[in-house]
Design a binder for this molecule. Structure first.
Ligand code: ZN
Length: 245
């Protein structure tokens, strides 16, 4: 295991230096990148769900639940998964800037909120899909998150009346093979891999970091992760502060 830094300013200086020296850096991120924008991590036990919903989020975000309880799924989806007021934070902004200046090849994210694109990132591999794409299962028409928010009950396609399903990978569903493959390629080709805001416990997404063969691996996460042992640098601090450089 490499060095561990807990001071955010020191972490920011180290990240700046490493991105500057990288030829093909990749950022791999999770829920912690978005919590700084006010998007709740549905896996964290904040008790909110128990007040309002009858089922745990893991159940409501399952494929079987979507099929059997579509209306309740959408109740949860509208209230907890779509956060239209959320804005990119310093981490999203800096990653977009690093890409624009040629210091970052790609963002691979487990998040479904589209905040990397909102910040200006272009090459973003969304392993778990996006709430901003909602697709008619019959004709393939695509609808925005705003459109879903304006509907009630189970959203039906305006063109054909088909059931609209979020382009989000639910529990029990496969990851999109093209997205997965592109992510593997980007990570395998990277010389710097920065893992941020993820506890690396959700497979198969978490297994992607095993494809990294480059020189430097950096972990930016408040809590320990399984990748820490392999990392050259661990920044155990706030992610938005660590990207404030
Ligand atoms: Zn349709």
């Amino acid at each position: 295991m490499g060095r561990t830094i807990t001071d955010a300013r020191e972490a920011a200086a180290e990240l700046a230096r490493r991105f500057e020296g990288a030829r093909s850096a990749v950022f791999f991120g999770g829920a912690g990148v978005s919590t700084a924008s006010g998007i709740p991590d549905f896996r964290s036990a904040d008790g909110l769900y128990h007040q309002r919903f009858k089922y745990p989020p893991e159940t409501m975000l399952g494929h079987d639940f979507f099929v059997a309880h579509t209306e309740e799924f959408y109740d949860f989806y509208r209230e907890r998964m779509i956060c239209l007021d959320a804005r990119p934070n310093r981490a999203h902004e800096k990653l977009a800037e690093l890409e624009a200046t040629g210091h970052l090849a790609a963002v691979v994210t487990q998040n479904i909120d589209g905040l990397h694109q909102a910040a200006g990132s272009r090459t973003v591999y969304e392993l778990h899909g996006s709430v901003h794409r909602n697709v008619c299962r019959r004709c393939g028409a695509t609808y925005s998150a705003e459109w879903v928010m304006a509907t009630e009950g189970v959203p039906r396609c305006e063109r054909c009346g088909g059931l609209v399903k979020p382009d989000v990978v639910l529990y029990g569903e496969q990851l999109d093979e093209r997205v997965l493959l592109a992510s593997v390629r980007a990570i395998a080709a990277a010389d710097l891999l920065v893992i941020g805001g993820t506890s690396l416990v959700v497979y198969p997404a978490a297994g992607l970091v095993d494809y990294f063969e480059g020189n430097e691996m950096v972990v930016v996460n408040r809590d320990p992760t399984p990748a820490d042992a392999r990392a050259d640098l661990v920044c155990a601090c706030d992610i938005a502060a660590a990207f404030d450089f």
